[in-house]
Design a protein around this ligand. Structure first.
Ligand SMILES: Nc1ncnc2c1ncn2[C@@H]1O[C@H](COP(=O)(O)OP(=O)(O)OP(=O)(O)O)[C@@H](O)[C@H]1O
Length: 252
């Protein structure tokens, strides 16, 4: 079971100064087990801030983040990594460039399970990593011993995605994870995302600026505008939603 609840989340930055800004405004949201949410909104609407509040890299000013009845609000980002995985837009984030693909996968496998970053026992994992990368686009399985810094952006982002899902996280956060990739590579990673989320029955939030992708993938679409949820739609109603309908929620 992976149920995420956001209760009265408000995020104010630069409080008490002339730069004070309320980014998130009383966000209340419940994600059900297995929900795959596509999250849309104009630049600056607060989408990344929302994901950062969930992953613990940003503390909300008020409100609670609850996962499976556990209150995570005061838990550090590192401690939340046991439950929550994230893939970022920048292919350089989330992987260690001076380590090989296999070493990165071993790190991800051990994440949250051991103290320190011991990389013993790589040999016994190699067959498993070969199998796991064999299904992936971009020929990653031929690159298990390549330093990650020498991979293409697409290969690196595919690796980041595999690392984020290798331990079946309770919650997967994707912050425009295909935006820096060429159209074909982006499509390949989105299809892989849909397959893995379906097969592992993950609960997932994916930020995208592509309206088509927001409607094609996932079972639920949420639109943020100026720090508020202005649309939260799923089921039959979502099937009839058009790109023009969505654009109406983007206005000030
Ligand atoms: N630490 C901060 N200090 C000041 N302002 C911030 C801070 N973090 C975010 N903001 C501002 O809050 C607003 C929301 O930012 P956020 O990155 O969450 O938006 P977004 O919806 O993800 O946008 P984009 O689509 O451009 O990625 C922006 O105006 C941003 O400049």
């Amino acid at each position: 079971m992976s149920v995420l609840e956001l209760k009265h989340i408000t995020t104010t930055v630069n409080a008490g100064t002339s730069e004070e800004k309320q980014i998130l405004k009383d966000i209340n949201l419940k994600l059900n087990d297995g929900d795959f949410v596509t999250l849309l909104g104009t630049n600056g609407a607060g989408k990344s801030t929302l994901l950062n509040t969930i992953n613990g890299s940003l503390a909300p000013t008020t409100g609670k983040v609850v996962l499976d009845d556990k209150d995570l609000t005061s838990l550090s980002e590192v401690k939340r990594a046991k439950y929550i995985s994230q893939v970022f837009q920048d292919p350089k984030m989330g992987t260690a460039p001076r380590m090989t693909v296999a070493e990165n996968l071993l790190l991800a496998t051990k994440c949250g399970k051991h103290r320190g970053l011991k990389l013993r026992g790589l040999d016994k994992h190699m067959d498993k990593f070969s199998r796991e990368t064999a299904q992936l686009p971009n020929g990653l399985n031929d690159r298990l011993n390549t330093f990650v810094g020498n991979l293409s952006g697409g290969q690196r982002q595919t690796l980041s995605f595999l690392m984020a899902t290798i331990n079946k996280p309770d919650l997967l956060l994707l912050d425009e994870h295909t935006a820096a990739l060429d159209p074909n590579t982006s499509r390949g990673l989105l299809e892989l995302t849909a397959k893995v989320v379906r097969e592992q029955k993950l609960t997932c939030v994916m930020i995208t600026h592509q309206l088509k992708d927001a409607l094609k993938y996932g079972n639920r679409t949420i639109i943020l505008n100026s720090g508020k949820i202005v649309l939260d739609i799923s089921g039959e109603k979502r099937k009839h939603l058009t790109e023009d309908d969505i654009l109406q929620y983007f206005t000030d």
